[in-house]
Ligand binder design. Structure first.
Ligand SMILES: [Zn+2]
Length: 201
C-alpha cells in the first residue's frame, strides 16, 4: 500500500489516469451520463483536484523543516493561528476551520511559516479531526523537542451539515496538549484563554 502511494506521488500521469477512470465509473454508478457535456471533463478535474488536496499521502511533499538554534534562550509561548481544510475519512466531505499551534521552545526554534505548512501536509489526506490534531502536535514534538506543544482545531464538518442531522454551522473542537501545556495548568489556561478570545472575536 505504501509502495503504491509512493508510485502515485512520483508518477503524475499514472495517478491522473487511474483516478479519473474510477471517477468516471462512479458517475455511471450514481446514474449519471459521464459523456454529457457538463461532465465530460469532470473525471479529469476531480483526479487533478485529488492530487492537489490529497497530496499529504506523498512523503516527498512533506515540507522541509529547518530548525534554528534558540540562541536568545527565548522561553515564552510561540503561537500561530490560521485556517485549514481537510476531508473526513468517513464521507470524503470537507471539514475546515481554525487551527492554533503553540509551542514553548527549548533548544530549537522553527520558522513561523513552517507551522502552517505542517498543518497543510497532514490535512491533505483523508482524516478525522482528532487524529489530525494529534499528528501535528506529535510531529512538532519530535522535531523541536520543545518544553511543550499545543494544537487546537475548531472546525465545521460538511458531513454533519448536508446529511444526517443537518446541523448547520455546528463546530467541533479538538486539542492535543503535550509537555508543559499538559502538566502546568497556568500554561494551559494561558493558551486556552488566548484561543477562546481569538475564536470569539
Ligand atoms: Zn464525515
Amino acid at each position: 500500500m505504501i509502495e503504491k502511494r509512493k508510485n502515485f506521488c512520483l508518477n503524475k500521469e499514472e495517478y491522473i489516469k487511474t483516478v479519473s477512470e474510477k471517477i468516471k465509473e462512479l458517475l455511471e454508478a450514481i446514474g449519471e451520463d459521464p459523456n454529457r457535456g457538463g461532465l465530460k471533463e469532470t473525471p479529469l478535474r476531480v483526479a487533478r483536484m485529488y492530487r492537489e488536496i490529497l497530496k499529504g499521502y506523498c512523503e516527498e511533499e512533506k515540507p522541509k523543516i529547518t530548525v534554528f538554534e534558540n540562541k536568545e534562550n527565548y522561553s515564552e509561548m510561540i503561537i500561530d493561528e490560521g485556517y485549514f481544510y481537510s476531508l473526513c475519512e468517513h464521507h470524503t466531505l470537507p471539514f475546515f476551520g481554525k487551527v492554533f499551534v503553540a509551542y514553548i521552545p527549548d533548544k530549537k526554534l522553527i520558522g513561523i511559516s513552517k507551522l502552517a505548512r505542517i498543518v497543510d501536509h497532514y490535512a491533505a489526506r483523508l482524516q478525522v479531526q482528532e487524529r489530525l490534531t494529534k499528528q501535528i502536535a506529535e510531529y512538532l514534538d519530535n522535531v523541536l523537542k520543545p518544553k511543550g506543544v499545543a494544537v487546537l482545531m475548531s472546525a465545521r464538518h460538511l458531513c454533519r451539515e448536508l446529511r444526517g442531522v443537518k446541523k448547520f454551522g455546528a463546530i467541533m473542537t479538538t486539542s492535543e496538549l503535550l509537555g508543559q501545556f499538559r502538566e502546568d495548568s497556568k500554561t494551559r489556561n494561558e493558551f486556552m484563554n488566548l484561543v477562546q478570545n481569538k475564536l470569539n472575536s
